[in-house]
Design a protein around this ligand. Structure first.
Ligand code: NAP
Length: 248
């Protein structure tokens, strides 16, 4: 049986690229999505067409019941879990803080912070040697915004990723004796559809001048960092925040 990697938000962008690289590295892949069923099915079909194993499960990260159901679906199909990639995340429309509603901020924190906490909880129950598991790895997708602050664009998003960095730090130490390594990647501006969802579709292009390497990154460049953190090559790495941002 191949090792199993669960990637939240695996239908598009960084999650879809991670699913593809995970398959290439020999993992069976479970991915979740919120609404883009066709995109999720396309990722699964591309892996299956090359002889790999993959499933896609609809699960809204804002719903605890959906998250529990997602992990049960992985249990049912694969009967094991080795790596969780907490990737699903959102931005909102560009806004200064004084224009943000409580609903916006709560939605941001629910999807970008509470969701990853609950996914980690479910993964720990299955992977921790304390609970009879074989150990494993958790990789959280943070953002360069966590240390840059997102001023004038989305401080709420940046703060949610700051919480993810602290979560990574604390959980890594908490689980060090449980056979589970916990790390994060902190992407800079990456060319995905997330920018259009925040009303800023040209961000990869317009940001290029401010990125030392002169361009936005692509999803595969983040996925390769995630795969390294999951691999044996990173066996002494826990609590790390790997900046993959073109040098910002
Ligand atoms: P993306 O292209 O917009 O894809 C987002 C993925 O997350 C999709 O699979 C989407 O599912 C899923 N998703 C969104 N909301 C969800 C919810 N409530 N429940 C379940 N799934 C949900 O985004 P991306 O750029 O690949 O971003 C992935 C991660 O990288 C995020 O955590 C983001 O904050 C982080 N990041 C991105 C950048 C960047 O510049 N792109 C930079 C730093 C950090 P559907 O397809 O069903 O909508």
């Amino acid at each position: 049986m191949n090792n199993v990697m669960l990637i939240t938000g695996g239908s598009r962008g960084i999650g879809a690229a991670t699913a593809q690289l995970a398959f290439e590295a020999g993992y069976a892949v479970a991915l979740s999505y919120r609404s883009d069923r066709d995109a999720a099915s396309a990722v699964v079909e591309a892996i299956e067409a090359k002889g790999g194993e993959a499933i896609a499960v609809q699960a809204d990260m804002a719903s605890e019941a959906n998250i529990v159901r997602l992990f049960e679906a992985v249990d049912e199909r694969f009967g094991r879990l080795d790596v969780l990639v907490n990737n699903a995340g959102i931005v909102d429309q560009v806004s200064r803080v004084e224009a943000m509603s409580a609903e916006r901020i709560e939605r941001m924190m629910r999807i970008n912070v509470t969701g990853p906490f609950l996914c980690a909880r479910e993964a720990i129950k299955r992977m921790s040697t304390r609970h009879g598991g074989n150990g494993g790895s958790i990789i959280n997708v943070s953002s360069a915004a966590a240390h840059r602050g997102g001023s004038g664009e989305y401080v709420d998003y940046a703060a949610s990723k700051g919480a993810i960095d602290t979560f990574t730090e604390g959980l890594a130490k908490e689980l060090a004796g449980d056979g589970i390594r916990v790390n994060a990647v902190r992407p800079g501006v990456i060319d995905t559809e997330i920018h259009a969802s925040g009303g800023n579709p040209d961000k990869p292009e317009t940001s290029s001048a401010n990125i030392p390497l002169g361009r936005a990154g692509n999803a595969r460049e983040i996925a390769s960092g995630i795969l390294w953190l999951a691999s044996e090559g990173a066996s002494f790495t826990t609590g790390a925040k790997l900046d993959i941002d073109g040098g910002v």
